[in-house]
Each structure stands twice: as structure tokens, then as C-alpha cells.
Design a binder for this molecule. Structure first.
Ligand code: SF4
Ligand code: SF4
Length: 86
């Protein structure tokens, strides 16, 4: 598991993940999902191949918004393009 120092996006390298599930246990947001069949975890990567994440673009009610780490907001977003159980 690593964090991009510029974007702040956290991603998992599935080739290095050994399926110990430690990150699943410690994540307070339930944002990491074990894939038992693959013996590795899966998590949201914010759709790096897309300009707008698929879940943000596809939500019919505008319930998901994408903020960058520097965005000032008076509201605590309930879901920031994370879908990962989110
Ligand atoms: S399950 Fe999580 S903590 Fe364990 S190796 Fe994979 S990414 Fe790292
Ligand atoms: S939860 Fe949203 S941003 Fe994350 S991978 Fe899925 S569609 Fe993309």
C-alpha cells in the first residue's frame, strides 16, 4: 500500500499484497475490501484513467463529489469518490 506524495491517492500493489488483511482491520472507514479468491485487497483508486471518477460521473443524485486535498470546504463530505464499501 502506498500513497502518491503529490496527489495523496492511496493505491495497493496487488503483486506485493500477501493478503494479511491488516489494512482491512485498521482502516476506520471500511474502505479496503479483502478479495479472498485473489488473496489480495481491493480499494478505490479514484479511476486514474478517467478525468472524472466513474462513480461521480454516474451518480444520478450528485451525492458523490471529488475534492482534492487542498480544497477548503465547510462541509464534511460523506463520500469522496470512494465507493470502496466505499
Ligand atoms: S492485506 Fe493490506 S496490509 Fe496486508 S499485505 Fe495486503 S495491502 Fe499490505
Ligand atoms: S469507487 Fe468510484 S472512484 Fe473509486 S474506483 Fe470505483 S468508480 Fe472509481
Amino acid at each position: 500500500m502506498s500513497q502518491d506524495p503529490v496527489s495523496g491517492v492511496v493505491t495497493v500493489d496487488s503483486k506485493r499484497c500477501v493478503g494479511c488483511w491488516t489494512c482491512v482491520m485498521v482502516c476506520p472507514f471500511g474502505a479496503i475490501t479483502p478479495d479472498v479468491a485473489e488473496n489480495a485487497v481491493v480499494k478505490c483508486d479514484l479511476c486514474p484513467e478517467r478525468e472524472i471518477p466513474a462513480c461521480v460521473a454516474g451518480c444520478p443524485n450528485g451525492a458523490l463529489i471529488l475534492l482534492d486535498a487542498t480544497t477548503e470546504t465547510s462541509e464534511t463530505p460523506t463520500a469522496v469518490a470512494a465507493g470502496e464499501r466505499m
